[in-house]
Ligand binder design. Structure first.
Ligand code: PEP
Length: 244
């Protein structure tokens, strides 16, 4: 299970205090995605740190962008790509998202690639078509890379307080996995009080958390919910495998 906190363009919590709190949480890989100015602070605090975006070139005349090798140089472990806010406000395309993901993976970074439909697309019955187009672009460029994780984030649930039901999340995750067999995180108004039932779904492999990741206790509670949902059975399986 993976729980990633997307701080967006907010200062976020104190990295040292967050690292101390998360040190007591086991059975989950916790990741923070702070703004660029806080990447080094988070790395220094010992947090597994991802950028919120990454360019496809390692250097060049691309004002405002950060390259895969620059992130590696900071000790950053990976990057989000294709967040709906990047697609919506900064014109990022499926092809560009796939290029960013490929460059990051080639450089040795992990990638969380975000996909998801808008309310209009869901209402029109186009959820699967939209997900297929977005996931196919990533799959055709990156393949089922071992450091690639997907995040299903219905746009209508991001920052709105409207969460997909566990059944809706499960249905979309199973569909995404049928296209590209990689772990899929759920994102969209995940909070401590809805995390348990979302994380319990068989094809939900963790969470991408926005607003609730800005508070240390609520982020830690979501990490604990993820660990509770699948941690014990994984640990049991590990023991069984070692004993066989
Ligand atoms: C996000 O930023 O990816 C997100 C899911 O935000 P929120 O949890 O606030 O909906």
């Amino acid at each position: 299970m993976i729980v990633a906190g997307n701080w967006k363009m907010f200062a976020g919590p104190d990295p040292v205090a967050l690292a101390e709190r998360l040190a007591g949480v086991t059975g989950v890989e916790a990741i923070v995605c702070p703004p660029g100015v806080s990447l080094a602070h988070c790395v220094e605090a010992g947090l597994t740190t991802y950028a919120q975006n990454v360019h496809w070139e390692n250097e060049g005349a691309y004002t405002g962008e950060i390259s895969p090798t620059m992130l590696l140089g900071l000790g950053v472990a990976g990057s989000l790509v294709g967040h709906s806010e990047r697609r919506q406000y900064f014109g990022e395309t499926d092809a560009g998202v796939a290029r960013r993901a490929k460059a990051a993976l080639d450089a040795g970074l992990g990638v969380i690639a975000c996909v998801g439909e808008t309310q209009e697309e869901r209402d029109a019955g186009d959820m699967e078509t939209v997900l297929r187009i977005q996931v196919d672009a990533i799959r055709d460029t990156c393949g089922p890379h071992e450091r690639l994780v997907l995040a299903y984030e219905p746009v209508w649930a991001i920052g709105t307080g409207r969460t997909a039901t566990p059944e809706m999340a499960q249905e979309a995750h199973a569909f995404v996995k049928s296209l590209l067999d990689r772990p899929v995180l759920y994102g969209g108004s995940v909070k401590p009080d809805n995390a348990d039932e979302l994380m319990a779904q068989p094809d939900v492999d963790g969470a991408l958390v926005g607003g609730a990741s800005l508070d240390i206790e609520s982020f830690a509670a979501i990490c604990e919910a993820a660990a509770r949902a699948k941690g014990p059975s994984d640990q049991t399986r590990g023991v069984a495998e070692r004993e066989s």
